[in-house]
Write a protein that binds this ligand. Sequence first.
Ligand code: ADP
Length: 158
Amino acid sequence: MKIAVLPGSFDPITTGHIDIVRRAKPLFDKIVVAVGVNSQKKYLFSLEKRLEWINEVFKDDDQVEAGFFEGLTVNYCKNIEARFLIRGLRNASDFDYEKTISQLNHIIGDDLETMFFISQPEYSHISSTIVREIIKGNGDVSAFVPDFIAKEITNNNY
Ligand code: ADP
């Protein structure tokens, strides 16, 4: 079974992430959208909330599931027998960063392969960081996240 992991913070999941999953689906049997937990990092949304949103987005799709891990991505991949990582590339700075990480993961992850998807132009400006800034400024994020998430954010005054 071909299992791939899309690792990230997903704080929160955006339409950019969702499009990458949609495009990767024909290549794999299972895709795990995995929230990496870094105890040093401050998040806007709790791990539970981020997982709940991922589960809700893919609830009708048996091929996609949510997961989470602490520590090295390669260890998580080994544990769940995933041989592939999925990453999205929005611009040159994503590329520079991802190139190094992918080369390292290939070495320490026993030939773990990273598959890159160049983001579609309509999503390349979307990042969780920007979405969080808009939320903090009480702006409207409905163009960047699924409707139900935008509504929940507005209703709960995050
Ligand atoms: P990180 O915390 O490492 O930035 P994210 O949770 O933001 O991780 O994103 C996870 C993955 O999704 C990364 O590979 C990132 O490049 C990709 N990604 C995020 N936003 C987009 C987008 N708008 N289009 C394509 N890929 C994206």
